[in-house]
Design a protein. Structure first.
Ligand SMILES: [Zn+2]
Ligand SMILES: [Zn+2]
Length: 458
């Protein structure tokens, strides 16, 4: 530990939660220069038009130089992405991917930190600093795991691992963060702080990799002032990003229901206690919770997605099992829905003469983007991609364990488009066996991450 180095701190210096302060900026996003109010907000005295013009020119030059270099290193990222894609590894098993990431970083002269977990890599990329003893730190995160999906694409770099596929784009995320690391080493002289690179394992499977990483002391050793991450989205066109402050992704809980009755001959249902009929009523009843418990302005989902029971047309089974998911955007509604689910499942079963057990497995919390950091990132995106390529995102009912980082460090998570406007109609969706993101996004995503880190310290 370096005593004069404030980006790596002792646990006592780094008590959680961090204050939600915005530390970026002598000057900020381009859009804010447009109004006198915006300008006044970030300068002690109002800068003259010439000073603003100079800053704009400098930022445009930085963005342009990163874009050019990102295009030049695109073949590297393409090779990395395809190598990772051919060898997908499920959550907590990303040993090969971990080695690949480590080797690439070492090749850049970045020494990975001692491992926090069995898989995944955390590394500190040193910037030049701003000449003061107080260093600053920003974190960038990619996830590295794959899904239990059998790939059905026909391109030349399909998964070589049966039943495993990078169907959520984490191969793209990993390659883009490695590309960003390469760019940042090359722009180190302009990097006025340090960058924490987090290659996180096990995003796809609860409890996820983020929480164990934090519990293993990530934010006791490192105190980033902000954290940023991005996720491929085929519903957004390649070349564009979408982001929004506040509630961005849902809290997720898994539902497991076992309906236990008394089996019998299907011709004599009065002598049985039919769990099939009860299961049908339970499915109908729990759907009503969203419309009658959740306020109309609060997003919520309850879906029963699997049902199993019986195996003959003339036999009433004794048991039916179901599973599903619940998605919410705030903790009080989440708790209320859980309570009502238990009452509804038990009450409906009881009314139909059977017994039902509900198990709720708690998943990730809602992902809440910090408003100030989202404004920062939106400005960087506009500067790097152009205003026409940055749009407001709707809240999404998918879940992401990036949520855990945001409970500790202000930051934001955005969608990076990998589609062509028709992707979803063709089955090119996240988690599909035919997910096939536009690889040209690799250069853009890496460049944007690098620009975000550089820009954060300005
Ligand atoms: Zn996923
Ligand atoms: Zn994902």
């Amino acid at each position: 530990m370096l005593s004069d180095d404030s980006s790596v701190r002792s646990a006592t210096d780094c008590a959680l939660p961090y204050p939600q302060t915005v530390v970026a900026g002598g000057y900020r996003a381009t859009k804010k220069y447009a109004t006198a109010a915006g300008v006044c907000g970030f300068f002690v005295s109002v800068p003259d038009a010439g000073a603003i013009e100079n800053i704009m020119v400098m930022l445009a030059s930085l963005a342009s130089r990163i874009q050019s270099r990102a295009e030049e290193i695109y073949p590297d990222m393409l090779a990395l992405r395809r190598e990772i894609h051919r060898h997908p590894e499920l959550s907590y098993e990303e040993f090969r991917t971990t080695l690949l990431v480590r080797d690439y970083l070492v090749g850049l002269g970045i020494e990975p930190e001692p491992p926090f977990l069995e898989t995944g890599v955390v590394a500190l990329l040193r910037g030049k600093g701003d000449g003061t003893r107080k260093r600053r730190l920003v974190a960038l995160r990619a996830d590295i795991d794959a899904l239990p999906v059998s790939e059905e694409n026909s391109h030349g770099f399909c998964s070589l691992e049966p039943g495993k596929m990078h169907a959520c784009g984490h191969d793209m995320h990993t390659a883009m963060l490695l590309g960003a690391a390469k760019l940042l080493t090359e722009f180190r002289d302009e990097l006025q702080g340090d960058v924490l690179l987090i290659f996180q394992p096990a995003e796809e499977k609860a409890p996820g990799g983020a929480r164990p990483l934090i519990e293993a002391g990530l934010f006791e050793r490192f105190c980033p002032q902000a954290i940023f991450g991005q996720h491929c989205f085929p519903s957004v066109e390649a070349g564009k990003v979408a982001l929004s402050g506040g509630s961005f992704m849902a809290a997720t809980d898994e539902l497991y229901i076992a309906v236990n009755g008394r089996g019998g001959h299907a011709s004599a249902p009065h002598k049985a206690a039919d769990p099939v009929l009860a299961a049908a009523h339970i499915i109908t009843a729990v759907q009503h919770l969203v419309s009658r418990v959740a306020p109309p302005h609060e997003p919520a989902v309850v879906s029963i997605a699997s049902i199993h029971g019986g195996n003959a047309p003339n036999v009433i089974p004794s048991t039916v099992t179901m599973s599903g998911t619940m998605r919410t955007m705030n903790e009080s509604l989440r708790a209320r829905l859980k309570e009502r689910l238990r009452e509804t499942v038990a009450g409906t079963a009881s009314a139909l003469g059977v017994n039902a057990e509900l198990e709720i497995r708690t998943g990730y919390p809602a992902l809440i983007n910090d408003h100030a950091m989202t404004d920062e990132a939106e400005g960087y995106c506009i500067e790097y991609l152009g205003k026409q390529n940055v749009k407001e995102s709707e809240p999404l009912m998918t879940a992401e364990d990036f949520a855990y980082y945001l409970q500790q460090v202000p930051g934001t998570f955005w969608q990076i488009g990998t589609g062509d406007g028709q992707a979803e109609q063709r089955g090119n969706t996240l988690h599909a066996s035919t997910f096939d993101p536009d690889e040209k996004v690799l250069a853009q995503g890496a460049g944007l991450l690098a620009y975000t880190a550089l820009r954060f310290f300005m």
